[in-house]
Design a protein around this ligand. Structure first.
Ligand code: HOZ
Length: 436
C-alpha cells in the first residue's frame, strides 16, 4: 500500500501498463520483489504461485537457470551495440526452423511494434488501406487496433480510445471472433480494399477463446481469394501452444506472423516475419521504413534462444499435462461448490469464465459474471495464488509448475469456490493486501 501510494504520485495509475493496476478487481496491486520457478514474492515477503508468468513470457517460470545464465553471459559481454550480433542470427535461425511460414524476420522491441509494423508492411505490399480485425482480440496499442479490443481495453471498458483520429479508425473493420459469416460479409463489401486480416489464432486477451473449427481456414481462404494478407498475431501463442505456434497446431500458414513474449523470455522483445517476397519490402531491402536502436538486443536474443532450446517434446507434454490437471481441478472445484463456470484451454493457456454458457466470442466473454470474478480473485490471492487481475486475461502454466504445485493451487481454487457469491463484500476486508 505504501509503495503503491508513492508510485501513484509519480507514475500514471501507479503502474507501467493498465491491467496490472488491479482496477478490474479493486484494491491495489502487489509489488513483486522476486521470482523463482513457479513462485513470486511480494515486497512484504508473501509467496504466491504465479499463473501470470509475465503475461505468458515466462514459459519456464521465473529465473530459469539456463535462461538466466545465457542472459547474464550476454550482459557481461555488453548489453547493446546497435549493430548486428551473433545472438540475433541464432534466434532468427531457431525461430525459422520451428515456424515454417517465417522465411525472413525482423526483430523489434514489443508485440505492439511487431503488429504495427506488420500492418504497415501489409498495406504497402497490397497498396490497400483497410484491415479486418476481431472483437476482443488485442494487438497492442497502435491507433488502428483500439476498437473493441481485449486486454486492458476490455478490462477498463474502453471501446475506443480518444486520441485516435477518425480517419485512422475508419480503415479498421471489426467483426465478431469466430464469426465466419461476418468475415465473409466484410469481404463481400470491402474485399478489394482490405490489406490484411489480423487475428489471434487463439484469442488470449478476452480470457482464452479457441478458434471454432474452420474459422482460421475460412480467413485463409477469404484472404487468398481477395488478394489480402493473413497476419497471425502469435505474440501469446507463439511457441506456447505448440513448437511451431498456433499455425502448426491448426495447420494454417499465414503470410505474416507477429511474435513477442516467449522469444525474449522476460526481456523486451517482438518480431514479425513471413514470406520473403513480402518481408523484402522492409528497409533496407525495400522502401517500407521501420527501425529501432534496441531491436535485436543481444540480452533479449540470448534469453529467447535459451528459452526455445528448452522447448522440446517433453516440455510441451509437461505443459499440456500440468495445464490439464489445473483446468480439471478448477472445473471440478467449481462443480462441487455449485458454481457456474466455463473453462477454455489450449495447451498451457487457460481461461475461466463465471458463466453458464460456452464462451466463443467477446460478447459472451464480457457477459460473464465479473463481480464473482473479483471476489474469486481475492479469495485465491489470499490463499497464495496469483492469477491475472482481470476476467479478460489468460492463466499461464510454465514448465516450472509441477504436480505438487498444481495440486496445492487446485486446493486454493476449490476453497475459493465455496460460498462464492454469497459474501459479495468479503474482498473489502483486506482489499489490496494479501492475507494468510
Ligand atoms: N497486454 C498484456 C496483457 N494481455 C500486458 C498487461 C500488463 O503487463 O499489464
Amino acid at each position: 500500500m505504501r509503495l503503491y501510494s508513492q508510485a501513484s504520485k509519480l507514475m500514471v495509475g501507479g503502474v507501467s501498463s493498465p491491467v496490472r493496476a488491479f482496477r478490474a478487481v479493486g484494491g491495489v496491486p502487489l509489488f513483486i520483489e522476486r521470482g523463482s520457478g513457479p513462485f513470486i514474492w511480494d515486497a512484504d515477503g508473501n509467496r504466491f504461485t504465479d499463473y501470470v508468468c509475465s503475461w505468458g513470457a515466462l514459459i519456464h517460470g521465473h529465473a530459469n537457470a539456463v535462461v538466466s545464465k545465457n542472459a547474464c553471459h550476454a550482459v557481461r559481454r555488453g548489453s547493446s551495440f546497435g549493430a548486428p550480433t551473433v545472438q540475433e542470427l541464432e534466434l532468427a535461425r531457431s525461430i525459422s526452423g520451428r515456424v515454417k511460414s517465417i522465411r525472413k524476420i525482423r526483430f523489434v522491441n514489443s508485440g505492439t511494434e511487431a503488429t504495427m509494423s506488420a500492418v504497415r508492411l501489409a498495406r504497402a505490399y497490397t497498396r490497400r488501406k483497410k484491415i479486418l480485425k476481431f472483437e476482443g482480440c488485442y494487438h497492442g496499442h497502435a491507433d488502428m487496433f483500439l476498437s473493441k479490443a481485449g486486454s486492458g481495453l476490455a478490462t477498463l471498458s474502453i471501446s475506443a480510445s480518444p486520441g485516435v483520429p477518425p480517419e485512422v479508425a475508419v480503415d479498421t473493420i471489426t467483426v465478431p471472433y469466430n464469426d465466419k459469416a461476418a468475415a465473409e460479409r466484410a469481404f463481400g463489401r470491402f474485399g478489394d480494399e482490405i490489406a490484411a486480416v489480423i487475428v489471434e489464432p487463439v484469442a488470449g486477451n478476452m480470457g482464452v477463446v479457441p478458434p471454432s473449427p474452420g474459422f482460421l481456414s475460412e480467413l485463409r481462404g477469404l484472404t487468398m481469394e481477395h488478394g489480402s494478407l493473413l497476419i497471425f498475431d502469435e505474440v501469446i501463442t507463439g511457441f506456447r501452444v505448440a513448437r511451431g505456434g498456433a499455425q502448426a497446431l491448426y495447420g494454417i500458414s499465414p503470410d505474416l506472423t507477429c511474435l513477442g513474449k516467449i522469444i525474449g523470455c522476460g526481456f523486451p522483445v517482438g518480431a514479425y516475419g513471413g514470406r520473403s517476397d513480402i518481408m523484402e519490402m522492409i528497409a533496407p531491402e525495400g522502401p517500407v521504413y521501420q527501425a529501432g536502436t534496441l531491436s535485436g538486443n543481444p540480452v533479449a536474443m540470448s534469453a529467447g534462444a535459451a528459452a526455445l532450446s528448452l522447448l522440446n517434446a517433453s516440455a510441451y507434454r509437461k505443459l499440456d499435462a500440468m495445464a490439464a490437471r489445473l483446468e480439471d481441478g478448477i472445473a471440478d472445484g467449481a462443480a462441487r461448490a455449485g458454481v457456474e463456470l466455463k473453462t477454455n484451454r489450449v495447451g498451457s493457456m487457460i481461461g475461466i469464465f463465471f458463466s453458464d454458457h460456452d464462451v466463443t466470442n467477446f460478447s459472451q466473454a464480457v457477459s460473464s459474471n465479473v463481480t464473482m470474478f473479483k471476489e474469486f480473485f481475492w479469495r485465491v490471492l489470499n490463499s497464495g495464488v496469483y492469477m491475472p487481475p482481470s476476467p479478460f486475461e489468460t492463466l499461464f502454466v510454465s514448465t516450472a509448475h509441477d504436480p505438487s504445485v498444481i495440486d496445492s493451487s487446485v486446493e486454493a481454487f476449490s476453497r475459493a469456490f465455496n460460498g462464492l457469491g454469497r459474501t459479495a463484500t468479503s474482498r473489502h476486508s483486506r482489499q489490496g493486501k494479501a492475507c494468510f
